[in-house]
Structures are given as C-alpha cells and as structure tokens.
Design a protein around this ligand. Sequence first.
Ligand code: HEC
Ligand code: HEC
Ligand code: HEC
Length: 426
Amino acid sequence: MTFSLRHIAVAALIAIVVLTAFLLRSDSSEEDGPIAILDISGDELLARGEYLSIAGNCASCHTTADGEFMAGGLAFETPFGTLYSTNITPDADTGIGNWSDRDFLNSMRHGVRPDNEHLYPAFPYTAFTRISNEDIAAIHAYLQSIPPVYQAAPENELSFPFNIRPLMAFWKAIYLKPGAFEPNEDQTDEWNRGAYLVEGLAHCSACHTPRNGLGAEQKELHMSGGEYLDRVRSGAHRPWAAPNLTATERGLGLWTQQDIEDYLKSARNEFLESFGPMNQVIMNSTRFLSDSDINAMAVYLKSLPAVDEPMARMPDSQIMGRGRTIYNLHCGACHLPTGEGDPEMAPRLNAGSLVVQSSNPASMINAILYGPESPGHPLPPKWREPMEEFQYQLDDEEIAAVASYIRNSWENSAGVVTPAQVARQR
Ligand code: HEC
Ligand code: HEC
Ligand code: HEC
C-alpha cells in the first residue's frame, strides 16, 4: 500500500498546523498606532524616504544586476531552497502600487502582505520592524514616486515544508518581536540613533548574528558572527562568515571608532579595503549616510559587549612550517613576509582584519580561493594589481596550511584551518 497510517497521520498533522497558522494571522494594526506622515514638504518627504531606503539597502536586494530599479527578481540561496525578492515599484499589478500606508507598514513591521499572506524573513523584517512609523511612511512615499515596472517575481523553489507560507505564522510567533525601536533612557542620543540604524534599517545583524536550524537569529549570540550563502568572485554561491562585531579581541575590539567610521564611509580604513558581501553594504548604503549617522552607528557598535567565540585548536609546528613556505612563495611579495602589507600592494594581515581572525574562516578561504573582489567603481583603485585566485594553484591542504599560518602568526591567534574547511568552500 502506498498510503500507510503514517502518511495519513502526517497529512492530518499538516492540515492542523496550516489551519492553526491561518487562525494565528497577525493583524496588529491597532497597537502600531497612527501612521504619522512627517510634517514636511513633499520634496523633503521624498528626499527623506530616499535617504532611509538607502540606509535600508532596499535596492541591493530588490534590483538585479541588469534589471530595473527595485523591480525585484534577485535570487536568494538559503538552506531551505531559493527564493526571489519581489517588485516594490508602484506598478499596480506586479508591484506595490495598490498598497496603502497601512499595508506597507504591516509588511515592514509584521512581515505580512495585504492579503494576510506571510512573508519570509529573507526580507529582513525582524530588523525593519524597529523602524518608526514616520520613517516607514517616508520610505513608502519615496517608493511610490519611482517609475513603475511591470515584472512579476519568479516562483520560489523552496523545499517542503518551507514552501507553505502559512507555516511562517509559527515562526513569527516565536521569533518576530514586532514593534518600533524604543530609546534607552540611560544612553546618549547618539548611541540611540546608532542603535536605531544598526538594529533597524541597516540590519547588520541579519548577517552578523548566527542563526538556528530554523533560520532565526540566536538572541544570546547577537552580532557575534554569522554564516550564510552569498556570491563569490566566480559567481557561484558559497558560505560566507560575517565576523564578530562585539568587543572581542579578534572581533570589532580590533578596531577604533575611527577605523569603523572610515570603513563604513569609504570602504577603506588604515589597514584594509572591503571585499566580498560588504562591498554592497558599503557602496550601495553606508557610504551615503551622513557623518553624524555613521558616527552614531560606530558609537553603538563599539558599545556591544563582548560575546566570545569558541577557540579553535592551534596548528602544530609542521602545519606552521608548511604554511610559511607557501606564504613566502605565493603571498609575501605583496603582503610582505612580516604580514605588514604595503599601501600600494596589499593590506596588512598581521593585525586588524576581522576576516583573518574570525573563528569561522569561510570568508578568508573565499578570499584566497576566488580572490578578494575590490569595491570598484566609482572608487579609484587602491592597489597596483588585484590579488589573483588561488583555487587552481593550491590544493585544499596547501590553502589550509597557509591560512593557518596567517591566522596564527604575528599578532594573530585564531586557530587552525582544516583541509575539510577549505574543501567546503570549493
Ligand atoms: C536582504 C535582502 C532584502 C533587503 C535588504 C530588503 N528586502 Fe524587501 N524583500 C526581500 C525578499 C527576499 C522579499 C520576498 C519575501 C517573500 O517572498 O516572502 C522581500 C519582500 C519585500 C516586500 C513585500 C512585497 C510583496 O509584494 O509582498 C516589501 C514591501 C519589501 N520587501 C520592501 C523592502 C524595503 C522598503 C526595503 C528597504 C528598506 C527592503 N525591502 C529591503 C529581500 C530584501
Ligand atoms: C549581506 C550580509 C551582511 C550585512 C547586511 C552586513 N555585513 Fe558586515 N560582513 C559580511 C561578511 C560576509 C563579511 C566578511 C567578508 C567581507 O568583508 O565582505 C563582513 C565583514 C564585516 C566587517 C569586517 C571587515 C574586515 O575586513 O575585517 C565589519 C566591520 C562589518 N562587516 C560591519 C558591518 C556593519 C556595521 C553592518 C551594518 C551596517 C554590516 N556589516 C552588514 C556580511 C554582511
Ligand atoms: C598581487 C599581490 C597579492 C598577492 C600575491 C596576494 N595577495 Fe592577498 N590581497 C591582495 C590585495 C590587493 C588584497 C585586498 C583586496 C581588497 O580588499 O580590495 C588582498 C587581500 C587578501 C586577504 C583579505 C584581507 C582582508 O581582511 O581584507 C587575504 C586573507 C589575503 N589577501 C590572503 C592572501 C594569501 C593567503 C595569499 C597567497 C596565497 C595572497 N593573499 C596573495 C594582494 C595580494
């Protein structure tokens, strides 16, 4: 028989779950209070909405490389399958042209569509829920002013049971704490502004906080380093480690307030230039923010209490010796044998890079395997020549050895990298 009792039991369970989820649909518009449109002129409102949409980096996720502005269709690879961003231009049929301010607020704060369908948290509403009603209304006004584009989002390719949207009601009941940001009275205005931006619009924690098996951020490990799939220079998707932004010795404790400001403002600081996924964050978003907002974000980031990561095993002398030989042969010409780097050739690796010292070496391995991708236009090139990719020149063991050597030489002490960790990034 193809239909066993187990099948029937599973089907019944799913039916119950879907039904309950349907009844759990959130409609909390009452407690959200009035949608306050800022009391400023139309042009000022649009300018404000545009600024906020840049701070939220909407365009990076809602615009494909050769697609129309905000018309969606960008693919997101997740452990649960592929999903696509939607069209948020004011087209009435395929975009959000018919949405009211309240509909838009519900999507940003509660992750629901006007028809009460639940949205997936790849749309970072767990952070956007913190945005004030005024700011959400300003973003909506701005989005309504951009050219409408007729373009439907591709069908998602998610695995069962994640393809059942009503199930998201359970996820949200557990993991979404809806509500605008509430200032902490014990902190300065600057700190509160920074917290509002970092935890809300800028959604840094969407990548920098580890997630559990159901894809939810782990509160107790807030900002202590996450991992997710993103594009490497070859175009393929690979795991990336977003390093620890709390005040640890190998995390953001390595950087001064000024280092953070320079990095977010110009993609560069005293030691290094951004590469990988941070290019989009900085080039499409943070570099356009006002000096006072960047200053506030850095103040808040510097205040995050240290959340230590597990310490990895130290490499033995054989691995270190092997790593040094490979380093001096393939890397030392640019990064220098002392790891100090050179202002024209390569960043220093001996201290200051969170990527090098992160307990999860995935991003560092990506840089070596595929080559770090510079932020590019419109920044003038910083380096005389780009670093090449080493995926064909060095095998897993060699890359593991050289990575272990860098991570544990000079002032660094980040533990061994195994050949298996390199193989995982290929
Ligand atoms: C990290 C990527 C990401 C960012 C950043 C992002 N979005 Fe999205 N957004 C998505 C994805 C993916 C979806 C589709 C979710 C789904 O299908 O359940 C989505 C859906 C939406 C929806 C629902 C549209 C619909 O038709 O149901 C709205 C509204 C929206 N986003 C607005 C915004 C705004 C405004 C910003 C900037 C403040 C923004 N998004 C930033 C990824 C993102
Ligand atoms: C889309 C995911 C994503 C978002 C959003 C994101 N980051 Fe990152 N971040 C990464 C990854 C991945 C790395 C490591 C690779 C790289 O530098 O691109 C990283 C690296 C960093 C580094 C260390 C850079 C280095 O080279 O040592 C800092 C500092 C940082 N991010 C700060 C932030 C801040 C502040 C925000 C919010 C404004 C933010 N990030 C938002 C993914 C993200
Ligand atoms: C031709 C000069 C050159 C050589 C050779 C070279 N690199 Fe690089 N490397 C660079 C440049 C330039 C960057 C910065 C790219 C950017 O971020 O814009 C970089 C960045 C890096 C980073 C990222 C550092 C950070 O946090 O920003 C790592 C890790 C790295 N290199 C490791 C290596 C290793 C390991 C080798 C040898 C196997 C190597 N490099 C060989 C030029 C070089």
